[in-house]
Design a protein. Structure first.
Length: 178
């Protein structure tokens, strides 16, 4: 892992979780900046270039993918790890295409995140699943692809999916990972 730039930016709108991450990474010797969304992140990037970033995928009123894109555009060498409680293949693929190094599902510890910072290469030895994709999984991935396309706007996603907003909200709560 690169030791020359131990500046870390955490993009997380859950203040309690952000405070825990900040304390943990400061104890590990990182200089930590925290922001809750893309606008604040752009202000930080005007004055600093982080070596590392932890980005929550679903931010209040915004998609963490826009933050990944901004971080990568600012400095392609920034090591970006995306955290999410709403994992899907669609958002994982988009995060990696936009410049993230890793995509971790919450709950992830600061150890998991720091390990992800240090892993640059893929692992061809990852076990392939033998389980066929279920209809529920296909539905879940379609919902998340639509959420990505609408920048996580629940009302617009529900309209595009042809379902009531409350129905979509219930489906998201059922599959929520904490």
């Amino acid at each position: 892992m690169e030791a020359t730039n131990r500046r870390l930016v955490i993009v997380e709108d859950d203040s309690a979780f952000a405070a825990t991450l900040i304390r943990s990474f400061e104890r590990r010797g990182y200089q930590v900046d925290h922001t809750e969304g893309p606008d604040e992140l752009r202000n930080i990037l005007k004055v600093r270039t982080p070596g590392f970033a932890v980005v929550d995928l679903k931010l209040a009123g915004a998609s963490g993918l826009t933050c990944v894109e901004a971080l990568h555009a600012h400095d392609a060498d920034t090591v970006i790890v995306v955290l999410t409680g709403f994992a899907s293949i669609a958002t994982a693929v988009e995060a990696i295409k936009l410049g993230a190094r890793h995509y971790l599902v919450k709950p992830s510890s600061s150890d998991d995140i720091e390990d992800a910072f240090g892993r640059a290469a893929g692992d061809a030895g990852v076990a392939l699943t033998e389980r066929p994709t279920s209809i529920k999984t296909v539905e879940w991935e379609h919902i998340h692809q639509t959420l990505v396309e609408t920048n996580f706007n629940i009302s617009e996603a529900a309209r595009r999916l042809g379902m009531h907003r409350r129905t979509l909200a219930r489906k998201l709560e059922k599959r929520r990972v904490k």
